[in-house]
Design a protein around this ligand. Structure first.
Ligand code: ADP
Ligand code: MG
Length: 246
C-alpha cells in the first residue's frame, strides 16, 4: 500500500436487501490517519456501510477498495482484508468459552498464523494498552461491559490493522462505562490510527473527528468538520437529528 493511496475508497456503492435500498450511491474516501465519525438515525444504513467495508456484507453496486485490494466475489484472500480492517461491534462478540488472553490470541493464529508465544506477547501488549492486563486469565462473563468492549478493541488491534471500524461501540454500555471506552478510542486516534466510528457520542466527535458524516436513507446527507457540523449544519434533516440528540 503506498503512502498517498487512500486506505478506503467507496465509489457509487449500493446495497439492497430485496427491493429495499440500504445504501444508495454511497461515496467515501478515507486517507491514512483520518478520523471519521458517522451518525444518523436508526436504519439509515450506517452498519450496512461499515459492514461492506470488511465484507461482512457484499455490496451490489459500485466499487470498494481497501488499499489496492478491490472487494469483489473473485477476492480469494478475505483474510488479507480482515488483517487490514479491524472491527468493533456494539455487542462485544467475545468468545464466552475462552479466556480473555485466548480471545486475543485466536484471530492472530487463524488470520496471521502468528506463533503462540508471539501471539501471547502481542495480546498482553494490547491488553496493557487498553489498561486491563490483570484480566487476561478471566472469562468474558467475569468482566464488566466496558472492560469487555476494551478487550474487543484490543482483540482487533492484535491484527495490527491499518484502519479500525467502530459500530456504535458504546451503545450497549451502562453510562458509567462509556467514557473508559471513548478514552481508549481517543488514545488510538492520538496515536494516528485511521478510524471510522459510527457513534452518537458528540463529545467524542467534536474532540476526535476530522470529518463528521451524517447519513439518512442510505446516503450521505451532510459532511463537514465537527465545528461546522454541530455549529452550523446546513441540511434540514441534520438539524432535526441534532435537535433530537443534543
Ligand atoms: P443503521 O446501522 O443506520 O441503524 P442498518 O445499516 O443496520 O442501519 O440498516 C439499514 C436498513 O437496512 C434498515 O432498514 C434495516 O432494516 C435494513 N437491513 C439491514 N440489514 C438487513 C438484512 N440483513 N436484511 C434485511 N434488511 C436489512
Ligand atoms: Mg447500526
Amino acid at each position: 500500500m503506498s503512502a498517498t493511496q487512500p486506505l478506503i475508497r467507496m465509489e457509487h456503492v449500493g446495497k439492497n436487501f430485496g427491493t429495499f435500498k440500504a445504501l444508495h450511491d454511497f461515496n467515501l474516501v478515507v486517507t491514512k490517519g483520518e478520523r471519521i465519525v458517522v451518525c444518523g438515525p436508526s436504519g439509515s444504513g450506517k452498519s450496512t456501510m461499515i459492514r461492506c467495508i470488511n465484507r461482512l456484507e457484499k455490496h451490489d453496486e459500485g466499487r470498494i477498495f481497501i488499499g489496492d485490494i478491490e472487494l469483489t466475489d473473485k477476492l480469494k484472500d478475505l483474510n488479507a482484508v480482515r488483517r487490514e480492517v479491524g472491527m468493533v461491534f456494539q455487542s462485544f462478540n467475545l468468545f464466552p468459552h475462552m479466556t480473555i488472553l485466548k480471545n486475543l490470541m485466536l484471530a492472530q493464529k487463524l488470520v496471521r498464523k502468528t506463533p503462540k508465544d508471539e501471539a501471547r506477547e502481542v495480546a498482553m501488549h494490547y491488553l496493557n494498552r487498553v489498561k486491563i492486563p490483570e484480566q487476561a486469565d478471566k472469562y468474558p462473563i467475569q468482566l464488566l461491559g466496558g472492560q469487555q468492549q476494551r478487550v474487543a478493541i484490543a482483540r482487533a488491534l492484535c491484527m495490527k490493522p491499518e484502519v479500525m471500524l467502530f459500530d456504535e461501540p458504546t451503545s450497549a454500555l451502562d453510562p458509567e462505562m462509556i467514557n473508559e471506552v471513548l478514552e481508549v478510542m481517543t488514545d488510538l486516534a492520538k496515536d494516528g490510527m485511521t478510524m471510522i466510528c459510527v457513534t452518537h457520542e458528540m463529545g467524542f466527535a467534536r474532540s476526535v473527528a476530522d470529518r463528521v458524516i451524517f447519513m439518512d436513507a442510505g446516503e450521505i446527507v451532510e459532511e463537514a468538520t465537527p465545528e461546522i457540523f454541530f455549529g452550523a449544519p446546513r441540511n434540514e434533516r441534520t438539524k432535526l437529528f441534532l435537535s433530537q440528540i443534543l
